[in-house]
Design a protein around this ligand. Structure first.
Ligand SMILES: Cc1cc2nc3c(=O)[nH]c(=O)nc-3n(C[C@H](O)[C@H](O)[C@H](O)COP(=O)(O)OP(=O)(O)OC[C@H]3O[C@@H](n4cnc5c(N)ncnc54)[C@H](O)[C@@H]3O)c2cc1C
Length: 387
């Protein structure tokens, strides 16, 4: 697969990521969980490693990894708390991909170097209080006034909003059109008058990765801030869905990284914990749980690699991406549940990482398409083949 980043350099990067995750980040997991934030010196190290620019073209300072390579980094990083990768992943994924895929030369020049270095941080604003799964019913409007768009509306649960400098906002630029038509993707910079970001929500898991409301009250931006320029007016929803294909494969890969960690924790614990005079790993009912988890991990791995290869090859991969995300996000919850069971009472207390991983894993079945929405996407695509 063509990559601007050769295989040998990629192997070195993956090795560096692996060492960073295991030696630098894993010892900080409890601290990040309790403090609710990633220390700034860790973020500086992430910048130095070039992590913010993994998917951004080399001409703008990124590594220009293929999606196939990106998912491998995602898996390696997801071995530790999601808070760490969610510092830079919005720059790699949904926060920058729209500009990489469809931005004008001027937009690329203006934003991609800062996004690649981590000097700028990104957020992707699609969900609204009354438009979640039915995202195409969004109500945020952008009304043209001379050379400006005037944006009004509010967005909900936006990852990284409290630390973002660049917001990709999905807004209705043509109110005469319903649904997906008439929606455009507009870049709004932090500090623009009328833009405000709410307090980070108190979440069940993934602590240290803020999600917030973002409110737009008569926010004015130049008409040229539509991603792809004025000619791309009304293409925003299509672009968002394109970005989400890669995003869903990436979420699936994050589920695999978490699954690997959970299986490793559970297997090691089963080998050292003794009951009835022997390690619990000797009991076939424990082995069955480990075997089910390992099988689901391997099946998910195959799905993710297949979907990434299809998208990379330019094939229509919406249903494959949805299947990968659906399977991996559901299976990591089952894997977390089995891991907790293998730990017994110890699995239910915060001293061991499975309690935290169990909570962290739960979100994967909700964001970037709930499991039910993904089932609909998969069924719609497969039924077409039978019609
Ligand atoms: C940690 C986290 C981070 C997030 N980050 C972002 C972000 O950065 N940017 C962003 O834009 N959004 C983000 N979101 C929002 C997320 O994408 C939405 O929560 C998700 O799309 C679901 O929307 P909703 O919460 O409104 O649920 P709803 O759409 O209200 O769904 C409620 C339930 O109804 C089900 N349902 C809905 N429609 C159907 C149907 N047709 N058939 C069957 N069942 C259905 C759903 O599956 C779900 O079980 C984030 C959410 C979380 C939890």
């Amino acid at each position: 697969m063509a990559s601007a980043f050769d295989e040998e350099s990629f192997a070195q990067l993956l090795d560096a990521v692996d060492r960073f995750v295991r030696h630098r980040l894993m010892p900080l997991e409890k601290q990040v969980e309790e403090a609710g934030e990633v220390p700034s010196d860790v973020i500086d190290e992430m910048k130095k490693m070039g992590l913010f620019g993994l998917g951004i073209p080399q001409e703008f300072g990124g590594y220009e990894l293929t999606l196939f390579q990106e998912v491998q980094v995602q898996m390696a990083f997801s071995y530790t708390s999601p808070a760490f990768r969610l510092v830079f992943w919005p720059n790699v994924g949904i926060g920058s991909k729209g500009i990489v895929l469809a931005g004008t030369p001027a937009q690329k020049e203006k934003y991609l170097p800062g996004l690649a270095s981590g000097e700028l941080r990104a957020s992707f604003c699609l969900t609204e209080p009354d438009a979640g799964s039915d995202a195409a019913s969004l109500r945020t409007t952008a009304v043209r006034d001379g050379d400006d768009w005037v944006i009004n509306g509010s967005k909900r649960f936006i990852t990284n909003a409290s630390r973002a400098h660049v917001f990709t906002v999905m807004a209705r630029t043509d109110s005469s059109k319903r649904g997906a038509a008439g929606i455009s993707a507009i870049i709004v910079e932090r500090g623009t008058p009328g833009l405000s970001v709410g307090k980070p929500e108190n979440k069940m898991g993934q602590k240290g990765s803020p999600i917030c409301d973002v409110v737009f009250e008569d926010v004015r931006v130049p008409v040229s801030n539509i991603i792809g320029g004025l000619d791309a007016e009304g293409n925003g929803f299509r672009m968002a869905m394109q970005v989400l294909d890669a995003g869903r494969i990436s979420v699936a890969a994050s589920g695999l990284g978490m699954a690997r960690r959970l299986i490793d924790e559970a297997a090691r614990y089963a080998l050292q914990r003794k009951q009835f005079g022997q390690p619990i790993a000797k009991f076939q009912l424990i082995q069955a749980m480990l075997a089910d988890s390992e099988t689901e991990y391997l099946a998910g791995h195959a799905l993710v690699m297949q979907a990434a290869a299809a998208l990379e090859a330019g094939q229509e991969a919406t249903a494959q991406a949805a299947s990968a995300k659906y399977f991996c996000s559901e299976s990591v919850s089952r894997i977390a549940d089995r891991a907790l069971q293998i730990f017994g009472g110890a699995g239910y207390i915060a001293e061991y990482p499975v309690e935290r991983l169990y909570r962290d894993a739960r979100a994967l079945r909700i964001y970037e398409g709930t499991s039910q929405v993904l089932q609909l996407v998969i069924a719609r695509a497969m039924l077409k083949r039978y019609e």
